[in-house]
Design a protein around this ligand. Structure first.
Ligand code: NAP
Length: 260
């Protein structure tokens, strides 16, 4: 299948590392353009510089800031429109963080930060992207061009993991929000898709504070675990479908990962 994303204008949050970085580079390599966001400026700039030099065009532009804040979200969406010429038609709601431990054992001091980013920030971006995409779709005759909001859930947002239950709760929340928004916006021509990865080796594990030894043993048991490019390729496959076809919900794990 042709998975070209030529002409697509994207916004990708959490693109300074891991899955978001791969998604942004992949969109650009498939012909799209993107505004890439994260809080750290240096790795964002490095990503844009490398990809733009490789492709010989300005495919990625950067906008650093906290993706949980509405001001950043407005700036991201405005930047995509002003710089690339039309409203973003592919928004990847990816910025997020993990937290080791259960409701009993996780660090309570980090709960609010995680909920801000994983739940409230995701919901704010989904709403802003949804409003703009519905307005753009309404100005076209159906089926117009594809419009996608892609949300990063997790397999612990569908299957309960007592070992990361506070993090899992934020991903259960976006799981339900994505399906609810799909029902609301699908009839208006906007696809809302949920990707639920199993273990992907990124900076996520260090940020979450997983115990290196026991997590390392798990990674070895499940090896090879997923790479960020596996998620990027899956998202490209979803977004490259014709406007009238929606692959709305994808759980993806390394083959040997049996749990969760
Ligand atoms: N890795 C896994 O096993 C796995 C599995 C299932 C789902 N996921 C989900 O996939 C998404 C990406 O995770 P990852 O594995 O790529 O983790 P990662 O390597 O730690 O990358 C997380 C990205 O999010 C950014 N970020 C975090 N908080 C942010 C904020 N408030 N505003 C803007 N950017 C923010 C980080 O950049 P800055 O620090 O520069 O802001 C970084 O670019 C997350 O939603 C995660 O929950 C991951």
């Amino acid at each position: 299948m042709d998975t070209s994303l030529a002409g697509r204008i994207a916004v990708v949050t959490g693109a300074s590392a891991g899955i978001g970085r791969s998604i942004a580079a992949d969109i650009a390599r498939r012909g799209g353009s993107a505004v890439v966001n994260a809080r750290r400026e240096a790795p964002l700039h490095k990503l844009a510089e490398t990809v733009n030099a490789e492709l010989g065009r300005e495919a990625l532009i950067t906008l650093a800031g906290d993706a949980a804040q509405l001001t950043t979200i407005h700036r991201l969406m405005d930047r995509a429109k002003d710089h690339f010429g039309h409203q973003a038609d592919l928004v990847v709601v990816n910025a997020g963080r993990g937290l080791a431990g259960s409701i009993m054992t996780s660090d309570m001091a980090q709960w609010e930060d995680m909920v801000q980013t994983n739940l409230l920030g995701a919901a704010r971006l989904m709403r802003e992207a949804g409003e703009r995409m519905v307005a753009s779709a309404a100005a076209e005759t159906w089926p117009g061009k594809p419009r996608d909001i892609v949300v990063l859930g997790s397999n612990v947002g569908r299957h309960i993991s007592p070992f990361s239950s506070m993090y899992g709760a934020t991903k259960f929340a976006v799981n339900s929000l994505a399906e609810a928004q799909r029902r609301e916006l699908g009839p208006k021509g906007v696809r809302v898709s949920l990707i639920e990865p199993g273990i992907v080796k990124t900076e996520f594990q260090a940020v979450a504070g997983y115990d290196e030894k026991s997590f390392g043993e798990l990674m070895e048991k499940f090896a090879p675990v997923l790479e960020p490019d596996d998620i990027a390729r899956t998202i490209a496959f979803i977004c490259a479908q014709p406007a009238g076809v929606h692959l709305c919900d994808v759980m993806i794990r390394g083959t040997r990962q049996d749990y969760p």
